[in-house]
Design a protein around this ligand. Structure first.
Ligand code: C2E
Ligand code: CA
Ligand code: CA
Ligand code: CA
Length: 274
């Protein structure tokens, strides 16, 4: 949905050239930015809905030197996925996150893995090798995938997921509820956690139906032995309702914005040190 506009442009030929050219430019700039160490990761906390304690953090990519819309991961990640550059970007993000885990050793860090990267042969092996190289407890790494990973190549995706989970890496289903067939994937794959897309959290402000829907999704997650995370929690009211509905973890501006690793470190109390 994020590149809907580009998709539309693609059907008109003069504009198509322009859009294609723009994507190519962004790609090569992004490749250069990666080589020049211009990309960074920021970290956003996930807090326990009951205690408010920071339980883990999600790593999100930033391209600070790139001004405008193209500098947003919602825009440049899909472009990098299309070109294949995401494989390099993703490997870099995993490595950076592992360095941070090693430095901090307090809470697990979740890395977003693109379907393109997840489906590369040997992905699970490369994660295992990287964990060993860094000397990191697999339980400190979480991987977030969207259902796009699972569309076609189902057998391979299943093997990769199983290997990761056997190693002790947790796998979470991201953006739950936004795709076409989230429910059928829950039948085929065992996830450690479910991240409810923020569109559902926003529905809480509108009325009764949104709340009932969330209640059902949370119960569904629990009945399938998953932890349930609410994404995009922006208000205290939303947080309070989600707590009442027994949601396990909350993430969003109300709990903490994405920020530098040091800020995250300050949020996690010394009692959580291993
Ligand atoms: P996502 O994985 O669903 O990440 C959540 C997005 O929601 C992030 O946007 C985050 O900054 C934003 N967010 C967090 N709390 C709130 C809130 O309370 N309200 C609102 N409105 N937004 C909130 P961001 O950082 O712009 O990333 C956008 C997307 O780009 C991510 O969506 C993810 O799909 C992708 N992405 C980011 N970093 C990476 C990465 O390292 N690898 C891959 N493959 N994808 C990434
Ligand atoms: Ca995510
Ligand atoms: Ca998400
Ligand atoms: Ca997303």
């Amino acid at each position: 949905a994020k590149n809907d506009r580009l998709e539309t442009i693609r059907t008109y030929s003069p504009a198509m050239d322009e859009a294609l050219q723009l994507r190519r430019t962004i790609n090569s700039e992004l490749d250069r930015a990666l080589m020049n160490n211009e990309l960074t990761l920021v970290y956003q906390p996930l807090v326990c809905a009951r205690t408010g304690k920071v339980m883990s953090a999600e790593a999100l990519m930033r391209w600070p030197s790139k001004q405008g819309l193209a500098g947003s991961p919602g825009v440049f990640i899909p472009i990098a996925e299309e070109s294949g550059l995401i494989t390099k970007l993703g490997a870099w993000a995993l490595d950076q996150a592992m360095l941070e885990i090693k430095r901090q050793k307090t809470i697990p860090i979740a890395v977003n893995v693109s379907p393109v990267q997840f489906r590369v042969d040997g992905f699970a092996n490369s994660v295992e090798a990287a964990l060993e190289r860094h000397g990191i407890e697999p339980a400190l790494l979480h991987i977030e995938i969207t259902e796009g990973v699972l569309i076609s190549h189902t057998g391979e995706a299943q093997r990769t997921m199983n290997r990761l989970r056997q190693m002790g890496v947790q796998v979470l289903l991201d953006d739950f509820g936004t795709g076409y067939s989230s429910l059928s994937y829950l039948q085929q794959f065992q996830f450690d956690g479910l991240k409810i897309d923020r569109a559902f959290i926003q529905q809480l402000d509108i009325g009764h139906t949104g709340r009932e829907l969330l209640k059902s999704i949370i119960a569904l997650g629990h009945s399938l032995n998953m932890k349930v995370v609410a994404e995009g929690v922006e208000t205290e009211d939303q947080a309070a309702v989600l707590q009442l509905l027994s949601c396990d973890f909350l993430q969003g501006y109300a709990l903490g914005r994405p920020g530098a690793a040091d800020a995250l470190h300050a949020m996690t109390g010394p009692e959580e040190l291993l």
